[in-house]
Design a protein around this ligand. Structure first.
Ligand SMILES: [Fe+2]
Length: 169
């Protein structure tokens, strides 16, 4: 890869759509990790990232669900062509369509940093389950891996408080 890559966003989105994948990493450097994401129709969890995130919907609109410091769920509407800054540690859940594309700017994780993925009960909002992982290479698609574990376990999807079971898609 060139030291100073210039990458077409429309071409990257087109290739990602055709591949059927969910993420395409443009580059990974200690202070700059950039990838294109395609929407996940099943997205329900909140990601807690040790890195800041900048999210730019290049095609389609983004509804960024997030949780405030006192645990309340809010939604930030980010229309196509706008950009949102999300500070490190903010539980957030980017909801957008499978034919929509989001450019995400983070940084490579530092030694000892852990990403967390949290699901909450749709009935009573109790924490259902948390997956954690060390993201050493974003090309491994850590979000898909977290969902695979969550969907594969009915126990993880069952609320310990009210008994509701979050269905798998
Ligand atoms: Fe519940």
């Amino acid at each position: 890869m060139s030291k100073m890559p210039i990458i077409s966003l429309p071409d990257t989105a087109k290739a990602l759509g055709e591949s059927g994948g969910r993420v395409n990493v443009l580059w990974q450097q200690p202070d700059s990790l950039v990838f294109m994401a395609r929407g996940r129709e099943y997205r329900s969890e909140f990601h807690i990232n040790p890195s800041d995130e900048v999210m730019y919907p290049v095609k389609g609109d983004l509804r960024l669900h997030y949780r405030t410091e006192d645990g309340k769920e809010e939604i930030a509407d980010v229309p196509e062509g706008s950009v949102i800054y999300t500070p490190a540690g903010t539980p957030h859940s980017p909801r957008f369509a499978p034919d929509a594309y989001l450019l995400v700017v983070e940084r490579k994780r530092r030694e000892g940093e852990v990403d967390r993925f949290q699901w909450f009960c749709p009935s009573c909002d109790t924490l259902l389950h948390e997956e954690t992982c060390v993201v050493s290479d974003y090309r491994a698609d850590p979000v898909s891996k977290a969902y695979q574990k969550f969907f594969d376990s009915e126990e993880f999807r069952t609320c310990k408080k009210c008994g509701s079971v979050m269905p798998k898609p």
